[in-house]
Ligand binder design. Structure first.
Ligand SMILES: Nc1nc2c(ncn2[C@@H]2O[C@H](COP(=O)(O)OP(=O)(O)O)[C@@H](O)[C@H]2O)c(=O)[nH]1
Ligand SMILES: [Mg+2]
Length: 685
């Protein structure tokens, strides 16, 4: 197992809209680099990256996958990511441990929503990147149209370093704008530049040389003086420009046909930065600081993924930034403040694990069965603790209630839920006290379906997912008085309890209060707690639709007792029954939770979003345009936004996002109250 210096590593994340060809590109890269001997296919479920049964079943990537290979003297840790927006957590984790990115575009579809999103993530992270215009073999593939779109949306710093020769079933190869040679056929042979491409070749070559020259005073002098830059100068300059982000090289090819892949690997080698060229942010005295990656410094490694395996147990993925980590050693988890035993270390390649004695700075590895470590933690030396700035994951916002399918499933449900949410930082489980449901929150519907499949496959727990119940409540609108006498004569001694209650509505959010003002011992003191107990039990089950009653004060003001027949239970029954009578007389209503929602969308979609909110009984409270996005704030009943993640995605093709939080309870409009009561009755019978 060779060891690599920092300069001889590239950690590269593959990013794109779903289906542009990341996984196929990664397969072609592995194949050409000799890391695999068989060229697998996504569509046949045989790719190295999409090995997980859920990925094979759906034919999409769900997890980030580590796919190391060697190109020339350098180790390339390729990280394939899912394009489907539900799995953005994996993308964020992969981005964080990479020094460079390849953004894959489909030559027929051009820029798609997902391409915009991943471009945005790279901008945020300031990540040097390459663009690979894939699928040149496809019908409707159009490199020049795609480049035009890219340059107008992502900026003129995106520049082709190659142009394709031919397209569709006549895609032959590329013209290299640095060497000014064309390479055609398979295996590629040097050829003349086709005369039909001359105009474009000259145009883009000029742009490229100019952009490269601008990176260096000496080069720009030479360029302005009319001198040609040498190939070496061009390459060095392009590397600098790519690393600094002032140029984004565009390459092209076809992953499926395995064309253009070697040049892509060359570009990763030549232009993307090594771990040495990117500092890592640490938290020091709650401020952020940068440290330089180094193999000689004490250990600092970031845990960026955790996966749960029913056999192996927990598998922890980490990226080493400084120092090295050894098999069978002890490290310090600076975030948890505890020691962690490290067993056998592994390098991962898809599903394969290769045991290794050590993993050094710059590289990525995994270890099984850690005790206290979870995603986001830093592993280091106890005498030199460091905390690497943790990864920011998006908030889980879309919830579904999880119901076990059988009694056996119920027993194992809690553990399975906690294991799958440990695997995915964008999943969270919360028990809703009001409805008694366990709610699994995530980013989207597909992610939750995959989570349910995983619970069955990995932990043998069958679950159904349902839209969560709305925690409605009931209250009263006018004061009322009610009397109940519980009296029974059965056999031996009888039962007797008699109370008079006064019910008064309280303001929203007050809850339930109980008071007593009994004069002359008409209800003896020792029975009053029983009445109170009866009242509190009865308010759990309202008279309208069996929802809990809130915002009500109950006062016990009179009653009577029997020296022999009275008991606590009799007064409890009387209290509960009197309350029920009182509720019916006090014009009860239903209350529903109202949320504050904050929706961020491209400005031109504002009209659609507002129109839709109007059908959801929302009150729009404000709009805050910021550039070409608009932030809409509204209050809307929870019942209307339980599936808003799905609605918003379809209205905006995924360009929108939102946050939602509980605000307060409000009266349900009468026509909806009728519907809810009818539904509850149907449910109960
Ligand atoms: N014609 C053609 N199809 C491709 C190419 N690359 C990928 N595909 C197909 O596009 C689909 C999605 O590819 P995949 O690699 O899973 O995309 P990902 O979602 O970005 O990982 C699959 O059906 C691939 O066979 C290509 O270069 N040419
Ligand atoms: Mg994929």
């Amino acid at each position: 197992m060779p060891q690599y210096g920092l300069e001889n590593i590239r950690n590269v994340v593959l990013l794109s809209h779903a289906g542009a060809g990341k996984t196929s590109t990664s397969e072609a890269i592995l194949f050409n680099a000799g890391a695999i001997s068989r060229f697998g296919k996504v569509d046949e479920g045989t790719s190295t990256s999409d090995y997980d049964p859920d990925e094979v079943k759906r034919k999409i990537s769900i997890n980030l996958t580590l796919l190391p290979c060697q190109w020339r003297d350098t180790k390339v840790n390729l990280i394939d990511t899912p394009g489907y927006s539900d799995f953005v957590g994996e993308v964020k984790a992969a981005l964080r441990v990479s020094e460079g990115a390849i953004i894959v575009l489909c030559a027929a579809s051009g820029i798609e929503v997902g391409s915009e999103q991943v471009w945005g993530y790279c901008q945020e992270a300031n990540l040097p990147r390459l663009i690979f215009v894939n699928k040149m073999d496809r019908e409707n593939a159009d490199f020049f149209r795609t480049v035009e779109e890219v340059r107008s949306e992502f900026g003129s710093k995106c520049l082709p370093v190659q142009l394709p020769v031919g397209a569709h079933d006549n895609f032959q190869g590329v013209v290299d704008l640095l060497t000014m040679k064309s390479y055609l056929g398979s295996p590629p042979k040097e050829a003349e530049i086709p005369s039909s491409l001359e105009t474009q070749v000259n145009f883009f070559r000029e742009k490229l040389v100019e952009a490269v020259a601008e990176t260096d005073d000496r080069l720009i002098e030479k360029y302005l003086g009319g001198e040609e830059l040498s190939l070496k100068e061009l390459k060095t300059g392009l590397r600098q420009a790519t690393v600094s982000g002032s140029v984004v090289p565009i390459l092209t090819g076809s992953a499926l046909q395995n064309t253009g892949i070697n040049w892509l690997l060359d570009a990763v080698y030549d232009y993307l930065p090594s771990p040495k060229e990117r500092d890592v942010a640490i938290v020091s005295d709650s401020a952020e600081q940068k440290i330089e990656p180094s193999q000689d410094a004490p250990l600092a490694a970031l845990v960026f993924k955790t996966s749960a395996d029913p056999y192996v147990g927990k598998l922890t993925y980490f990226r080493v930034y400084t120092g090295a980590i050894d098999s069978n050693s002890q490290v310090w988890n600076a975030i948890r403040g505890g020691a962690e035993r490290i067993g056998q270390l592994f390098l991962l390649k898809g599903k394969n694990q290769e045991p290794v004695p050590q993993i050094r700075a710059g590289d990525i590895g995994a270890v099984a069965k850690l005790g206290l470590t979870s995603t986001g933690d830093t592993l280091c030396r106890q005498d030199k603790p460091v905390k690497i700035v943790p990864i920011q994951f998006p908030e889980p916002i879309f919830g579904e209630a999880v119901y076990p399918k059988t009694k056996a499933d119920l027993d194992k449900l809690g553990e399975a839920l906690s294991k799958i949410s440990e695997e995915d930082p964008t999943l969270r489980v919360r028990r809703e006290a009001d409805t008694g449901e366990s709610i699994l929150y995530g980013i989207g519907e597909t992610q939750l379906e995959v989570a349910a499949d995983k619970m069955l496959r990995k932990f043998g727990v069958g679950v159904k997912l349902e839209t969560p119940k709305v925690p409605y409540k009931e209250t009263i609108t006018i004061p009322a008085k009610a009397e109940y006498k519980h009296r029974k004569q059965t056999g031996g001694h009888g039962q007797y309890g008699h109370v008079l209650l006064e019910l008064v509505p309280l303001p929203r959010g007050s809850g339930v209060e109980f008071a007593q003002k009994v004069v002359g011992g008409s209800v003896p003191k020792n029975y009053i707690p029983a009445v109170e107990k009866g009242v509190y039990e009865a308010v759990q089950d309202g008279v309208l639709a069996h929802y809990p009653v809130v915002d009500l004060k109950t006062k016990l003001y009179d009653g009577s007792y029997h020296p022999v027949d009275s008991s606590e239970i009799c007064f409890k029954i009387a209290g509960a029954q009197a309350l029920k009578k009182g509720l019916s007389q006090a014009q009860p209503i239903l209350l529903e939770p109202i949320t504050n929602i904050r929706i961020t969308v491209p400005s031109d979609l504002t009209g659609d979003i507002i129109g839709d909110l109007n059908t959801k009984r929302a009150r729009v409270q404000g709009m805050n345009p910021e550039g070409d996005i608009n932030i809409i704030e509204a209050q809307v009943p929870l019942a209307e936004v339980l599936r808003y993640a799905i609605d918003l995605k379809s209205m905006t093709q995924g360009r929108g996002s939102y946050t939602v939080e509980f605000s307060h309870y409000e009266e349900v409009p009468p026509h909806i109250t009728q519907k809810i009561i009818a539904e509850r009755q149907a449910e109960k019978t």
